[in-house]
Design a protein around this ligand. Sequence first.
Ligand code: GLN
Length: 492
Amino acid sequence: MPEAISALSATELRVAYRSGTLSVREVAAACLKQTERLDPRIKAFLHIDPAAVLSRAVKLDERRAELIDSPLYGIPVALKDNISTAGTPTTCGSHILEGYIPIYDAGVVEGLERNGALPFGKTNLDEFAMGSSTENSAYGPTRNPWDTTRVPGGSSGGSAAAVSARMVPIALGSDTGGSIRQPAALTGVIGLKCTYGLISRYGLVAYASSLDQIGPIARSVEDIALTLEAIAFNDPRDSTSLSDPRGGRYLNALDRPVTGLRAGLPAEFFGEGIDPKMRTSVLEAVKTLEKLGIKVEECSLPSLRHSLPAYYILAPAEASSNLARFDGIRYGPSADVPDIIEQYSATRGSGFGAETQRRILLGTFVLSSGYYDAYYLKAMKVRRLIRNELQKAFEKYDFLISPTTPDTAFRFGEKTADPLQMYLSDICTIGANLAGIPALSIPCGLIEGLPAGMQLWGPHFGERTLLGVAKSYLDASGCNGLRPQILKDGQL
Ligand code: GLN
């Protein structure tokens, strides 16, 4: 049955490929079928070319002997549509890039292909990854497979929804302030933002370059580890790319014992602004961690409360500069006006949506002379304080625990009227981006039928600890592979 095959994890698919019970073509066909069946309702994908997916699958079947040992051999992987794919449209969820077809692949796409993966369509996002609900996509929002009247989170909402709805086992997202972890939490799947620099940004359309990271979304921790083995490599084309000093293996970290690890519970993420039900849900999960022998202790990170204002100065500042390239001359459609200045303004005025324009204006303002010191420089100082405070916390703790989001998936339109309400969705996730540290969101149960996410924060290059803890927790808690009820009911 196609849906059953498309619901298999990459780890399960690898077993099936090894034993010869499935071919890549069969798996591709099953994922396409599930997508065809559900995506008219979910709208996770902006672009998918079934014929191309199938022909690549056939080629992978032909290369079986050569690639079978690769971490992602024959695994369909969906890509957020701000990741450059040669010959395939890349819109960033924006009208300004309508019709743009890149001539090169992102570093991660090369990494996937080198490791035998099957690129499977481009997923919806908030325009230029600015948002927390996919409602800022110029091509309409994605729906949450748990409740189609609710948002899937954002900005990588299409990637998270595609994984949650069992259309693909793995998707890549990008995370500048929470855009992998928040949608993963709201759709009941796993999302990892790595240490800044661990995954190449070459070919990721830049939003805020000092914060942006590509990362995996999947339904099992093993699949997250497998993806890292394929896409975490040093890429000289990204000047901030690093090599993991502990080597490139992640899968073997999952069996590490977690007993005796020390974890901090920052009080700032369990008080004001966090739904009490979310707090209870994460604290329940903490009890499970304690049963596994992890020593959990309350701690305090006072400067973290400044992370939201700092982010909303720094990210727009970088965006205002990064998005200057979209002028209607080099990319996308341009307005037909004789005067060049008028042409820029008409193209950018109609090509960018309201939130993108707001951030370009805000960013230009905080960088302008006379305001630079008061806003940008001050926010940079706050960023340093946050980073220092977190570094200090990791002298004492192996990892930190918080909710991923303040509440569960909200309804469409609930937070669109007031940008600040939307920005508050990221209150638990932004700190990790400002500090450049890894953070992993894992499901920790349901609140009134909707998924809740727990976030594990680690020190630089602490991915392995986070993955190991996540694996032990998910095995012990029964939160592994939470399945949207409406998939079971056949309503979707
Ligand atoms: N939601 C945050 C924003 O709107 C984070 C986005 C992201 O991580 N790309 O900027």
